[in-house]
Design a protein around this ligand. Sequence first.
Ligand code: SF4
Length: 304
Amino acid sequence: MASNNTELIEKILHFKRQRNAVILAHNYQLGEAQDIADFVGDSLELSQNAAKTDADVIVFCGVHFMAETASILCPDKIVLLPDIHAGCPMADMITTKSLREKKRELPGAAVVCYVNSSAEVKAESDICCTSANAVEVVESLDSEEILFVPDQYLGHYVSTKTDKKIVLWPGFCPTHVRIQPEDITRLKLEYPQAKAVVHPECRPEVIALADEVLSTGGMCRFAQNTEAKEIIVGTEIGIIHRLKKENPEKKFVPLSEQAICPTMKLINLEKMLRSLEEMAPEVKVPEETRLRAKVAVDRMLKVA
Ligand code: SF4
């Protein structure tokens, strides 16, 4: 297996050089994808990185909406998603049609769209946000009424940090809702010295019991800076790979072993190699949608 991986890695690196490609991986990806990537990060960090890369090709190890965001920001680059079926169930919980209907009901509301959404939904929105900057984005707007889509839990978390009226969309992340308040209560008893960090996509009852509420990028920084030696991690468990690698002297305990996002695990070394060889599957946002979605993404990047 190890020698197979070594061979695959050599071939990927060969094609990467030949294509002048950069490999970006989300913190939830398989360890093998994270280890070969040029950059590993959360959605915000990945979009910032995609925006400034001078590579001709971006191999995106993440899910479809992330590759779309790269395409929105870098229309001249080829964006490859090594498995085109790597989608996000939360992003599928909203359509442009349903969003337009809701906008008609709330004509005075500004639409803040979590980046976990399709390019078309972004194109219908005033501004995007990630879990790292959602509060700042909402606070940056003149409007006092906000329609927050599609994650009701991130939206609820934001509503606890602002005086603005937040109207929630009923979407959610099926992976993060598996994390239960009982999990955090049990682990805090088992590890009384540990700090519990959770993602704002978690249920409010889980967030209420946490020491910190952070994006995955925020969790990585917290792990490096905290004096705590034990950290309970409330998000998709793929991030444990990076946390352990960067902090070998600390102990990381997943809040729930059930917190696995199946679509985040679809990309592996074989698919990355095939993608670089065949230069497919490519994710390209149609120009008319791209231009409208870019307004919302650019506005977010100015706040971030
Ligand atoms: S972890 Fe949740 S929000 Fe992230 S890609 Fe998976 S389903 Fe979507």
